[in-house]
Design a protein around this ligand. Structure first.
Ligand code: ADP
Length: 382
């Protein structure tokens, strides 16, 4: 054979390479599923067999849809067809969190990355799936959920307290205003001596201190978990919260699209609290989607300013209602029949308490964006 690729040496090299590759995929901890252009499974690795509970023989030759729950299952053929026609990359090269379906019908969130291989006789797609729930993590996650519940009850207590405090603060502040007004009136009257004015100013000062004490008490209440703060990797914290949000919304066809910066410094935070913020923003976005067709949430992380990490969550839903768009963080504002309108207010309190900032934007293309930044921590901060 003139072609050197067919020479015995070249064949031996190719065989060797194939053997190596096979050994890698066989031992890879992540599930690997290779499909052809029409979605038919070409091959799977042992991790995929374990993850989905099917044997290799049961999967090869099947449409990859069997590994997805509805409605993704029904939509997958048309996703593939659209890619064949338009070449528009919706998932390829972009990591995202999807829901997988095991043989026994149970579902789980997983991070999916897809690679494309161009061959002479067509194309193959390789999906790498990393189970985010991981069985050995279930215990820990149950703990997280438990803590979350405790946290939720604390948050609603905080909502009640916020209105109580607003009421309490009103009294000393009104008194301060009255005393200063009175002092002002006396100053206007030239005949009055300095003593009664000094007394009024003292009283105003005492009331202001009382107001400050109330605010301090509130801060102490909010900050009482500061001991639970640790240096955490922002990407993992955000991804885990997204998986939790997705579990609750797996019956709706929502696409989470991630663009996470791998080079971010860790942040000193209470992981549960920050996840509460992400979860709240994501649930709001998911709830806002009601009635609209294409549902996408873009989640990105980036470095911002000097030593800050920023998280951006953008949806393509209807956007903020005009009645609240000015300040969606004001407590007790809601457009939902059963809403309390404190989720965003509390989220802001949490981010503020971490020394960060949370804000919203209405992008020109529609939808809503929520962003928050947190100061990056160093080990010495802990
Ligand atoms: P709640 O969810 O109880 O209403 P929140 O404080 O979490 O309380 O949210 C306040 C309001 O902000 C919501 O009722 C909704 O109108 C609006 N909102 C929040 N996020 C979005 C979003 N992604 N798209 C549209 N509206 C949103």
């Amino acid at each position: 054979m003139a072609n050197s690729a067919g020479s015995p040496d070249a064949i031996a090299v190719a065989r060797e390479r194939e053997k190596r590759l096979r050994s890698i995929t066989r031992t890879a901890p992540d599930a690997i599923v290779v499909i052809d252009e029409s979605g038919i499974i070409d091959t799977v690795n042992p991790a995929a067999e374990r993850l989905f509970g099917y044997s290799r023989a049961e999967l090869v030759g099947q449409n990859v849809k069997v590994l997805m729950p509805s409605p993704h299952r029904e939509a997958h053929d048309s996703h593939l067809a659209r890619y064949r026609e338009t070449g528009e990359k919706r998932v390829i090269g972009i990591g995202r969190v999807v829901v997988g379906r095991r043989k026994d019908g149970t579902t789980f969130p997983a991070r999916l990355a897809i690679g494309e291989i161009e061959l002479e006789h067509g194309r193959l797609f390789t999906g790498f799936l990393h189970d985010i729930t991981e069985r050995e993590n279930i215990q820990r996650r149950a703990g997280i959920l438990q803590q979350e519940l405790m946290h939720a009850s604390r948050l609603s207590a905080m909502g009640e307290m916020a209105s109580g405090i607003a009421h309490e603060l009103n009294q000393p502040l009104t008194a301060v205003m009255n005393y200063t007004k009175a002092a002002r009136r006396r100053l206007d009257r030239a005949e009055s001596g300095a003593e009664p004015i000094a007394d009024l100013v003292d009283k105003a000062g005492q009331q202001a201190e009382r107001a400050a004490e109330i605010v301090k008490r509130l801060r102490r209440f909010i900050k009482k978990d500061e001991s639970e703060r640790r240096l955490e990797p922002v990407n993992a914290v955000v991804e885990e919260a997204a998986a939790l949000a997705l579990i609750g919304a797996s019956d709706r066809d929502i696409e989470l699209i991630f663009s996470l910066n791998d080079a971010l410094p860790p942040v000193l935070m209470d992981r549960i609290e920050v996840q509460q913020v992400v979860l709240n923003i994501l649930r709001n976005a998911i709830e806002a989607f009601e009635g609209t067709g294409d549902r996408k949430i873009y989640i990105s992380t980036q470095a911002a300013g000097s030593r800050k990490v920023q998280v951006n969550i953008r949806d393509n839903g209807p956007g903020l209602a005009p009645s609240i768009a000015d300040d969606p963080f004001r407590p007790f504002q809601t457009t939902k029949a059963d809403g309390m309108g404190i989720g965003l207010a509390i989220s802001r309190t949490i981010i503020d308490a971490h020394g960060g900032r949370l804000w919203a934007e209405s992008p020109p293309g529609g939808g809503a964006v929520f962003r928050f930044s947190l100061p990056a921590g160093s080990a010495s901060d802990g």
